[in-house]
Ligand binder design. Structure first.
Ligand code: BGC
Length: 700
């Protein structure tokens, strides 16, 4: 089993010092998969050709600063102050620090034991503290040739936000004082926890080429591992969101954007309870979103583009262009479309779980407040009898203003406007989904008037979408007038032109002047909605739009993108999975490399890209396996590229655990559950009622 399948980070170091002494060091460390307060570290040292004294320092270091992202290093980076530190005995110590902004207390305890040849050794242990939050013990041990020393350090961590505790330092102290675990016994329960996780979450691939299979499978599992490190059963019932870069690095400072929209499909089909927790994180910040709407002169609730802590807007006001060295205004906060993503996520979660309680009390309230926000931001244009949304920006961050304009913001971003129509539909549909008493309760609580519902209804039929060039959806009004970009010239001149925004700004030009994009904007629509749904949406808006228009639009925008965001390749590959399988496989292979390629200048060292990781898994499950839920039917409509022989994975659907196997020739779905209500599944065009314990097989 690979070490990441066990959730253990292992390192082997063999080195030779100036005195020609050779030493072998093995290190294993893990954060426990079930016991959320525990972690362990074991280091095994073998002097290969020498004997003598080894000094070991085991510390709890609260002096850590945020220095992981080079361009943030000049900004405030010391966030922890010492509250208390203590040695309990010769093996055990505790440390309590407090974040100096949010006053969150964090307490850690450690127990260090040293063994020589697996036996407890006679060692000298001294306190080796330094000021400012560093508590340590120094151990001196003498080793003979051929002997092995193992150091076991077991950790516990509590914070003042933990539930079911008295006070975090005393909890840490009690846990570590009573600790009778060895590294191996703690590791054993951790490995079992991961075994159980893999049973649910693993996605297995069989490719024609076995080297490629091994490589691809390894990355897929690595990405699943990282997703489960960032959100897991440990997240249940705690107030935690889904940061774009995981908890792995300091890039984007742990902020939460709209990336959940790409991450949730992975969780929804396996542990929707986690999705619920992440949606509750949004609900708890509804108050702040209401304040933000009010400050902007709007009604309802306006969630910010980047958020953290209490849900206030955290988008930086200035950002640095490392190419030019200039600090520039950052207008990306105008991405109000993040609100649509939240409603979309609530709808998807409900589709899969039918969690009426959540919808009635939490999801419904968020949806109604966001609908209200859009209704107050939109302007009705009587000349064309349509609603317009002015002064926002879409997902493509390279366009934040009209050429030469002093004020940021664009009008009628197609993605935003169509998603607003979706939001209005969801808000209106609530009355048919939740019990009437709950609907009345929500309406009363929020004071929603009939007049508002009428406006929402009209908005769901009369949002403005702008077109140009015979059926191309304009990314925003006025897009047509922008200049075409000279791609060849810039590719020759710069090689990598992903960050054209920076390159052009350095040249005294601006990405705002050209038809180019950082990432999918119009194309997001084809990622989120099926061709059939889009056709219906456009029809209701009274615009003509057919299947050919989809291909035309995708090609138009694919030819004008820089793939400047890690989200871009996965979305593009996903889209292609529906259009042109082999092209999609190529893009998928590139997307898979997002956090794999070692690039010293790359951004993985600042944190992994969770949406790209999850998006890769989603290409397999929803893109290639064609997994979908529509009108209460589980659908499998596979389109495997030639390179894939078989994809298999488990999903949870309406109280069934299902084992899915998709090959070039057949689809097999087995219900692993013995007691559950049967459900309807559509494989290709065949409709089947699947009973608990039964198997459905359909030849392709
Ligand atoms: C992208 C955003 C994304 C953010 C965090 C940015 O580069 O443009 O769409 O939400 O990264 O992943």
């Amino acid at each position: 089993m690979n070490e990441y399948k066990k959730g253990v980070l292992s390192r082997t170091i063999r080195f030779c010092d100036k005195k020609n002494r050779e030493t072998l060091v093995l290190q294993h460390l893990f954060v426990h998969g079930r016991l959320m307060h525990r972690a362990g570290l074991k280091i095994i040292i073998t002097p290969l050709n020498w004997e003598g004294r080894i000094e070991i320092c085991s510390a709890l270091d609260g002096r850590v600063t945020n220095q992981g992202v080079e361009r943030y290093r000049d900004l405030g980076s010391k966030h922890l102050d010492l509250v208390e530190s203590k040695h309990i005995d010769e093996q055990r110590m505790v440390l309590k620090m407090r974040t100096n902004g949010s006053c969150l207390d964090i307490a850690m305890g450690a127990r260090t034991r040293i063994f020589v040849n697996n036996k407890t050794a006679a060692i000298t242990s001294l306190s080796a503290d330094k000021s400012g939050g560093y508590v340590a013990r120094q151990f001196m041990v003498t080793v003979a040739r051929g002997e092995t020393i193992s150091i076991e350090k077991l950790i516990c961590i509590y914070t003042s936000w933990d539930t079911g505790i008295y006070e975090c330092l005393s909890e840490a102290e009690n846990t570590i004082a009573d600790d009778v675990e060895s590294f191996d016994s703690l590791l054993k329960s951790h490995v079992i926890a991961w075994e159980l996780l893999w049973r649910k979450f693993d996605v297995r691939l069989e490719l024609g080429n076995s080297d490629l299979e091994q490589y691809t499978q390894k990355i897929i599992r690595l990405y699943i591992f990282h997703l489960l490190q960032s959100s897991s059963v440990h997240s249940l019932d705690i107030d935690v969101g889904m940061p774009a870069r995981g908890w792995h690095g300091e890039g984007y400072r742990g902020h939460i954007f709209w990336d959940e929209m790409i991450i949730f499909p992975f969780l929804n089909y396996r542990t929707p309870r986690i999705t619920r927790t992440l949606l509750m994180y949004r609900y708890r910040r509804l108050h702040e979103a209401r304040l933000a709407a009010k400050t902007a002169g709007c009604k309802g609730a306006m969630y910010p583009w980047q958020s953290g802590s209490n849900g206030r807007e955290e988008t930086q006001q200035m950002h640095l262009n490392p190419e030019s060295g200039r600090w520039l205004p950052d207008n990306t906060y105008l991405q109000r479309h993040v609100n649509n993503a939240i409603v979309y996520n609530i709808a998807q979660y409900f589709q899969i779980t039918q969690d009426i309680q959540f919808l009635s009390f939490y999801g419904g309230e968020i949806t109604l407040e966001i609908a209200r926000f859009w209704a107050s931001l939109a302007t009705y244009n009587p000349k064309i009898d349509r609603y317009e949304i002015l002064g926002v920006i879409g997902p493509d961050e390279y366009h934040d203003a009209y050429p030469g304009a002093e004020k940021p913001g664009l009008n009628n971003n197609a993605y935003t406007n169509l998603m607003v129509m979706f939001v209005m539909d969801q808000a209106l549909n609530l009355q048919h989904l939740i019990p009437e008493q709950d609907w009345e309760y929500l309406r009363k609580k929020l004071g929603i008037e009939d007049r508002e519902l009428k406006i929402w209804q009209k908005m769901s039929r009369r949002m403005k979408i702008v077109f140009h060039d015979d059926g191309i959806i304009s990314q925003f009004e006025g897009y047509e007038a922008l200049k075409e970009f000279n791609w060849d010239e810039y590719k020759i001149k710069y090689g990598n032109i992903q960050r054209l925004d920076r390159i052009l700004e350095k040249e005294g030009d601006s990405a705002n002047n050209y038809k180019l994009s950082k990432q999918p904007d119009v194309i997001m629509l084809f990622y989120l909605f099926s061709a059939e749904t889009l056709r219906k949406m456009f029809k209701r808006l009274d615009y003509s739009f057919d299947k050919d228009s989809i291909v035309k639009n995708i090609n138009y925008y694919l030819n004008r993108t820089t793939n400047g965001s890690s989200l871009a390749l996965v979305i593009h590959s996903w889209i292609e999975a529906r259009l042109e399988r082999e092209g999609s496989w190529e893009l998928f292979s590139q997307a898979l490399e997002t956090d794999m390629v070692y690039d010293p200048a790359g951004s993985t060292r600042e944190g992994v890209h969770l949406a790209a990781m999850s998006g890769c898994i989603d290409i397999l499950q929803r893109g290639y396996a064609g997994l979908e839920i529509r009108s209460n039917i589980l659908i499998l409509n596979p389109l495997l590229p030639k390179s894939i022989n078989r994809i298999s994975f488990h999903i949870r659907y309406r109280k069934h655990w299902l084992d899915l196997e998709i090959t070039q020739n057949h689809v097999k779905v087995k219900s692993l559950t013995s007691k559950a209500i049967p459900f309807t599944i559509m494989i290709k065009d065949e409709i089947i009622r699947l009973y608990p314990g039964n198997i459905a097989v359909v030849d392709l």
